[in-house]
Design a protein around this ligand. Structure first.
Ligand SMILES: [Zn+2]
Length: 193
């Protein structure tokens, strides 16, 4: 075990670096059937008052709906690490839904490791960004996701016009159902005069 404290700070990374990691978050979340956690990046730093302290060195960790991943990982490792943390997010979301925590720490870890083994075993830790992207594209196709890098979470977004149309359709359907259920009739016959 590492006994040294490990201090990190959050960093911004350019969009090229974010892409494979974000793609891995969306895809892994889709596979797990969860809402994608948010993603941020960190780097190791000298101990200071402003640093974030971890108990031990980590490539990535999950906490409160956010995955934090080390910014200087190779793309293959980054994707694998992110996928591992998405599984932890899924465990956490399941626990919140059921208000039960059915796992021990150890089985949580095994569960997350198995998730990576099952879906990302073919992706080398040393894979380049291009190799990682190809791997993710193939996996996305297998899981019926668009092969583009468009955000999976926005693929069902509607334009304002489509939104309005859908709203009108839903309202018309709901109104029709109400009329049917309550037996409301159009006031054409003088029944209640
Ligand atoms: Zn873990």
């Amino acid at each position: 075990m590492h006994s040294d404290p490990y201090s990190i700070r959050l960093v911004e990374v350019d969009s090229e670096k974010r892409k494979p990691a974000e793609y891995a978050v969306r895809l892994s979340s889709h596979i797990c059937g969860i809402k994608p956690p948010s993603l941020r990046f960190f780097e190791e730093c000298a101990p200071s008052r402003d640093a974030i302290w971890l108990e031990e060195p980590a490539f990535a960790y999950y906490q409160n709906g956010t995955i934090s991943v080390r910014s200087n990982l190779e793309p293959g490792q980054m994707v694998r690490s992110v996928a591992h943390e998405v599984k932890h997010a899924a465990q956490s979301q399941l626990a919140m839904r059921t208000l039960q925590w059915p796992y021990s720490d150890r089985s949580c870890e095994r569960d997350a490791e198995l998730f990576v083994l099952e879906h990302f075993d073919g992706l080398k830790r040393t894979a380049s960004e291009e190799q990682a992207r190809q791997y993710l594209n193939a996996l996305a196709a297998k899981w019926s996701l668009p092969t583009s890098e468009k955000p999976v979470t926005t693929r069902q977004e509607l334009t304002p016009a489509e939104c309005r149309k859908l709203g009108e359709q839903l309202l018309a359907r709901a109104t029709a159902r109400l009329i049917q259920r309550n037996g409301i009739k159009k006031p054409t016959a003088p029944e209640y005069r």
